[in-house]
Design a protein around this ligand. Sequence first.
Ligand code: NAP
Length: 246
Amino acid sequence: MNSKNNPQKNVLITGGTRGIGFEFTKQFLRMGFFVVTASRTPFTSPELQQLKDQYDNRLIIQNLDVSEEESRQKIFEKLIEKINHLDILINNAGIASGNEKFRYRFGELNQVDLCRSLLVNAVAPLLITEKFFPLLAKSTNPIVVNISSNSGSITKKRGNGSTGYGYSSSKAALNMFTKMLSFELKEDKIIVVSFHPGWVKTTMLYCENAPLEARDSVQGMISIIESLELKDSGKFLDWQGNELPW
Ligand SMILES: NC(=O)c1ccc[n+]([C@@H]2O[C@H](COP(=O)([O-])OP(=O)(O)OC[C@H]3O[C@@H](n4cnc5c(N)ncnc54)[C@H](OP(=O)(O)O)[C@@H]3O)[C@@H](O)[C@H]2O)c1
């Protein structure tokens, strides 16, 4: 077991199979971290399997559906056998709409679809943070990173665009959870921030032709994560470190 006396740094990345999450997995491994990466279908990614071959003793690949309490509990129980502190939690798993294929427009809004976006993108990261609190509290410099979006900024909203009611409101809710957790966890010296990663080319709906490479976005976010101090807790930042309006 990787203990607190050991300088080994541990990170958990939700949605680490593809896109931004996969890039976090890769870059933290290169930096020497002990990485746990998790999603609903983690064993379908040949790229992730290649990383496993390369970094076997520092990479755990785990099944996780962030929206299921049983699944969240299972990964927690599995991890307490492997690590006794968690330095960084990256709440990255997210969906562009409830059905992950298209967004319903006003006039045909769908309750199940809207609730699914809110559950996966906002409620789940809050509950995962709560679940992993005991391990975060044992780190000497714990950080929770919520991967949000500028679509969740109420101040910056200029029109409905294509980001959808479910997606935008879920990221606004996630931002509120970031702010509230920053107060809740202050005494425990746990830093909590929201990040807008930029518009990044990934497998997410509407992101196939985005201008920013995941490598560059994640490199930017990691360099900011490394420099975070307690006074930064509760901030909403972009991948270049600029503070964004709520
Ligand atoms: N790309 C952009 O331009 C952009 C902009 C702003 C914000 N973001 C945010 O960045 C984060 C990552 O997005 P991305 O662009 O990298 O998307 P992506 O390529 O679609 O990857 C999403 C990841 O989340 C996982 N996931 C989805 N639902 C899950 C669930 N219920 N439980 C566990 N894992 C789940 C997926 O794996 P499985 O399918 O195997 O579960 C996948 O690994 C999201 O929170 C997104 O909102 C992205």
